[in-house]
Design a protein around this ligand. Structure first.
Ligand SMILES: Cc1cc2nc3c(=O)[nH]c(=O)nc-3n(C[C@H](O)[C@H](O)[C@H](O)COP(=O)(O)OP(=O)(O)OC[C@H]3O[C@@H](n4cnc5c(N)ncnc54)[C@H](O)[C@@H]3O)c2cc1C
Length: 333
């Protein structure tokens, strides 16, 4: 079985960034990547300093090249589960075996899971097909691209009220669709009116599209409200099945926006020794730059953990070498 210092599950911004850091630290690294980054439907990555607008495919291709430059390996595969192979003593060094979908297994001294998250979209006819194009969620990713356009906000989650006020920064033409879900408070009605945000009552049925361009929201009543972009609040769920096989469960995020894996804020250590997380799997709202930064930090922290383990082993070995000499020099009476 192939053995690595670190196996990284997920080759998005977080996983690849960790792999570059570890490769540069002369560690043997394997990145297992299923090739479905969260922003795949988007045409460009925005807000990534020096690479603004680059296609998600191109950014990750460059990242894989950098991993390989430092001796790291990237394989297009799915990790299905992992198990601890450490000795049973509490002081034993962590060790893992990761099972891949093709039936093969790889061994690792440390594991980093950077598998991202799944966006669960509201169930509206025609919406999924337009996700990442003119159906959006993040103003910092797409707001500039739809500035001054007719923007609808789909009331599928209570967060919609916040999104309506937020997107008002990018356009004066904002319509909040209550969709039988959102019920603004008295204060919120006042805020909506003060910011000239239109409010449409009634359940949303489908989207109206012509020539592959969104141009309206269709209500169950049949009324069509013209919009050029629609903002939704997807439920975000950490891709945590491999972590679950190690006993690490994802939990409800305090913001009520989905499920994430809890971890140390700096470096991403989980409750299981030897297992770290980075990127959207733990930080549901992190953008590409934050995810890359988290991977970079996780790589450094994992390397430090390996150095600490190697130093312990070296000290034990040195003591064993020196012990006979101490015994020779000890007074005998
Ligand atoms: C439509 C859309 C547009 C966006 N636009 C922007 C933008 O313009 N700017 C910006 O900064 N952010 C943007 N984001 C956010 C961005 O997508 C995330 O911040 C970023 O992808 C998180 O990186 P990550 O490495 O944590 O996860 P991901 O990029 O999702 O990468 C995780 C990788 O792990 C793989 N994986 C998962 N499970 C397994 C497994 N079991 N075995 C092997 N591999 C696995 C996945 O296939 C994937 O390749 C956008 C998000 C969406 C939804």
């Amino acid at each position: 079985m192939e053995q690595y210092d670190v196996v990284i599950i997920g080759g998005g911004a977080a996983g690849l960034s960790a792999a570059v850091t570890l490769g540069r630290a002369l560690r043997t690294v394997l990145v297992i990547d299923a090739g479905e980054p969260r922003n795949a439907p988007a045409a460009g990555v925005h807000g990534f300093l020096s690479r603004d607008g680059i296609s998600p495919v191109e950014l990750l291709e460059a990242g894989r090249g950098e991993v390989r430059k430092y001796g790291g390996k990237v394989v297009a595969e799915v990790a299905v589960s992992a198990r601890s192979t450490a000795a049973p003593e509490p002081s034993a060094e962590p060790a893992f075996e990761v099972e891949l979908a093709d039936g093969q297994s790889v061994a690792a001294r440390r594991l980093l899971v950077a598998a991202g998250l799944t966006d669960i979209l509201p169930d509206v006819e025609g919406l999924k097909e337009r996700w990442g194009r003119d159906v959006l969620h993040c103003p910092y990713c797409h707001g500039w691209e739809v500035r001054n356009r007719a923007i609808g906000i789909l009331g599928s989650v209570p967060m919609a009220m916040h999104q309506a006020l937020l997107f008002r920064q990018w356009s004066k033409d904002i319509t909040l669709f209550l969709n039988d879900v959102v019920e603004p408070t008295e204060d919120e009605w006042e805020q909506l009116a003060a910011r000239s945000i239109s409010v449409v009552e009634g359940k949303v049925k489908s989207l109206k599209v012509a020539d592959d361009v969104l141009n309206g929201v269709v209500l169950e009543s049949g009324t069509v409200i013209p919009v050029e972009a629609l903002v939704v609040g997807p439920r975000m769920e950490a891709r945590s099945s491999v972590l679950a096989s190690l006993g690490i469960q994802s939990v409800e995020h305090p913001m009520g926006v989905g499920k994430h894996v809890e971890a140390a804020p700096q470096g991403g250590a989980t409750a299981v020794p030897g297992v770290w997380v980075a990127g959207n799997v733990t930080d549901l709202t992190g953008q590409v730059m934050a995810s890359a930064a988290a991977g970079n930090m996780a790589g450094a922290v994992i390397n430090a953990d390996l150095i600490a383990a190697e130093t312990r082993v070296a000290v034990e070995a040195a003591r064993k070498r020196l012990e006979p000499r101490f015994q020779e020099l000890a007074p005998t009476n």
